[in-house]
Design a protein around this ligand. Structure first.
Ligand code: PHE
Length: 378
């Protein structure tokens, strides 16, 4: 029995002196492992008489419990010390600069759409949207361009081979084979129809988005961007249209000396119709918007079409033309983006070249606001 006491004392000394978890584990194996001295002592119980065993067993079990407990508490102490040491060596310096992560940039078209939304929101306009895959009824017929209308030919429309079933139409006016022909919308004007049908009047919306025409050169791409504007109320007239466009362009180009010229024109969905031009000057090879187009060194540039919404369009959209009237305009977004930010090839807009984007793009952290400047450049 005294041999066991000696072994226990020796083992407890080794445990107490262990400086690493490895050393401690080696002692655990030496004592409690299958061939450890505690296990061997337990095996001797088998050869004892019942009386001897009754005396020896509790003593050996007690030794085993003491050793196991000593190992467990030493293990806790060693682990705590290891954690302590790790925390001390791995202090985080919060004053260090963060790693330089690659950051994308906002495409000028998206930037300009945000600027538009910001400026028009200030004038009380909400943003409306409509589908790019449109049906013929919304893109043409409801805009007073029936099947035989010559203006349709000007649109170079991309048609889909399919028509959708009459059951997809929301009113009987929209049924019929030609009306159900699907196409890529050629302008944002069908959003006028959808907004009037959905919201009724009064109405004050802009609808920015993609439009498609089968056309391609340095100033035309098969996909481009327009913003539609629509105001319907009881007493809206052409003066409101002119003021709205002028106010918009002043805010957008961030200069006061914007002169707008309205020229009589024709669109089937407006009556009267006007195209609007702004005065600009050539500075080097850049066109800079501002000033009166008739001044020396200046000229006029057409920016879009507009007019008073044709009463037939109001009827198609379910509004009573004896009660409601208003104006609509359509404006090329890519065009005004090029003018404002000095880009000269429209095709580069849609090439997805990261070098072009990092040069002309905007920081995602610079949100356009009227107070901070809508065209804040990173
Ligand atoms: N939708 C016309 C176009 O794309 C522009 C326009 C919109 C004209 C609204 C008048 C009113 O050319």
């Amino acid at each position: 029995m005294s041999e066991l006491t000696d072994q226990k004392a020796a083992s407890l000394a080794v445990i107490a002196a262990a400086e690493t978890l490895e050393a401690l584990d080696a002692e655990r194996v030496a004592a409690l492992g299958k061939k450890g001295w505690v296990s061997l002592a337990l095996k001797t119980l088998g050869g004892m008489s019942p009386e001897e065993r009754a005396e020896a067993a509790p003593a050996i079990q007690a030794v085993r419990a003491d050793i196991a407990e000593a190992i467990a508490s030493k293990k806790d102490a060693l682990e705590a010390a290891a954690l302590e040491a790790q925390l001390a060596s791995e202090t985080v310096d919060l004053t260090l600069p963060g790693p330089d992560l690659p950051l994308g940039s906002v495409h000028p078209v998206s930037q300009v759409m945000d600027e538009l939304a910001e400026i028009f929101a200030d004038l009380g306009f909400a943003v409306a949207t409509g589908p790019e895959i449109e049906d013929d009824w919304h893109n043409f017929t409801a805009l007073n361009m029936d099947e035989s209308h010559p203006a349709r030919a000007m649109h170079d429309t991309f048609y889909f081979p399919d028509t959708v079933p009459d059951s997809a139409a929301s009113s009987t006016a929209e049924v019929g084979h030609k009306n159900r022909q699907m196409l890529l919308r050629t302008h944002t004007s069908p959003v006028q129809i959808r907004s009037m049908k959905e919201q009724g009047a009064p109405i004050r919306i802009i609808a920015p988005g993609r439009v498609y025409r089968s056309d391609s050169d340095a100033t035309h791409t098969p996909m481009f961007h327009q913003v539609e504007g629509l105001v319907i109320d009881r007493d809206i007239h052409l003066g409101h249209l002119k003021w709205t466009l002028e106010t918009f362009f002043k805010a957008f180009f961030e200069r006061e000396d914007i002169t707008l010229r309205l020229r009589p024109s024709y669109f089937p969905f407006t009556e009267p119709s006007v195209e609007f031009d702004v005065g600009y000057a050539n500075e080097g090879d850049r066109r800079v918007v501002g000033g009166h187009g008739d001044e020396p060194g200046h000229d006029w540039m057409e920016l879009g079409g507009s007019g008073m919404v044709n009463s037939r369009v109001l009827e198609f959209a379910g509004l009573d033309p004896s009660e409601w009237q208003g104006f609509a305009f359509g404006l090329g977004i890519d065009r005004i983006a090029m003018l404002k930010y000095g880009m000269n090839d429209l095709r580069a807009f849609f090439d997805g070249d990261p070098r072009w984007l990092s040069h002309y793009g905007f920081s995602p952290f610079d949100q356009p606001t009227l107070s901070a400047g809508v065209g804040a450049r990173a």
